[in-house]
Ligand binder design. Structure first.
Ligand SMILES: [Zn+2]
Ligand SMILES: [Zn+2]
Ligand SMILES: [Zn+2]
Length: 90
């Protein structure tokens, strides 16, 4: 892959997941397909394959640019602003 222009990954701090599932879905009693975690604040939301797409909504609400997958064995992260995928160390 070519070099990417995203600078958001350079400014990340360790975050703690806000919930064990999608925060909003848990409140609504809804369900999700996959979980994503915001790497700015730790918000856990559901992916775009889920009915409610809370991870993407979180980005639109907060402008927090980066989410990572919290699915077992997946360590990629996604920047909404630059639309790049980054493999994380852990
Ligand atoms: Zn970026
Ligand atoms: Zn959700
Ligand atoms: Zn966030």
């Amino acid at each position: 892959m070519a070099q990417h222009a995203c600078k958001h990954f350079a400014h990340l701090h360790p975050v703690t997941p806000s919930a064990r599932g999608c925060e909003e879905c848990l409140k609504m009693g809804s369900s999700w397909v996959h979980l994503r975690m915001c790497l700015v604040c730790g918000h856990v939301g559901c992916c775009d394959s889920s009915p409610n797409k809370h991870a993407t909504k979180h980005f639109h609400d907060t402008k927090h640019p980066i989410i990572r997958s919290v699915e077992p064995g997946e360590s990629w992260a996604w920047c909404f602003v630059d639309e790049v995928v980054e493999e994380l160390q852990q």
